[in-house]
Design a protein around this ligand. Structure first.
Ligand code: GDP
Length: 138
């Protein structure tokens, strides 16, 4: 069973969309194995997005991700990484397919409602960033 990390980003949490998004996650057959609400510090956001350090939007992205609480969750399913990214849709809500979370709930390319790991290696790193092994249902 593959695992991936999901984040419901500050814009979606602030607009009361947590329940809607979790409902879609479960309806798609993704099992929630751990979940927590937290407010990232600037240092934590910078570390989480360190891979984007050289990109022009890095500072804006870190500011946005610390603008309010987020919900982080570990999702499990066969092919969970691809499944969750498909459910989210493309990074830019304007380009995301109809019916996807980002298309329906995202506001712009930055405030795009959710995050999902993009590969097995990053999924492992991102899950370990937020959860210890004993906090995750096997
Ligand atoms: P993802 O894997 O679909 O989340 O996309 P990326 O890894 O490329 O980007 C990480 C996050 O950075 C995205 O989810 C957006 O929140 C933000 N982002 C991506 N591209 C841009 C951009 O061109 N401008 C801004 N302001 N934010 C961006």
């Amino acid at each position: 069973m593959e695992k991936t990390l999901a984040i419901i980003k500050p814009d979606a949490v602030a607009r009361g969309l947590t329940g809607d998004i979790l409902k879609r996650i479960e309806a798609a057959g993704l099992s929630i194995r751990a979940i927590r609400k937290l407010h990232l510090t600037r240092a934590q956001a910078e570390l989480f997005y360190a891979v984007h350090k050289a990109r022009p939007f890095y500072a804006d992205l870190c500011k946005y991700m610390t603008s309010g609480p987020v919900v982080v969750a570990v999702l499990a399913a066969e092919g969970a990484i691809a499944k969750w990214r498909e459910l989210m849709g493309a990074t830019d809500p304007a380009k995301a397919a109809p019916g996807t979370i980002r298309r329906e709930f995202g506001q712009n390319i930055e405030a795009n409602a959710t995050h999902g790991s993009d590969a097995p290696e990053t999924a492992g790193q991102e899950i370990a960033f937020f959860f210890s092994g004993m906090e995750i249902l096997s």
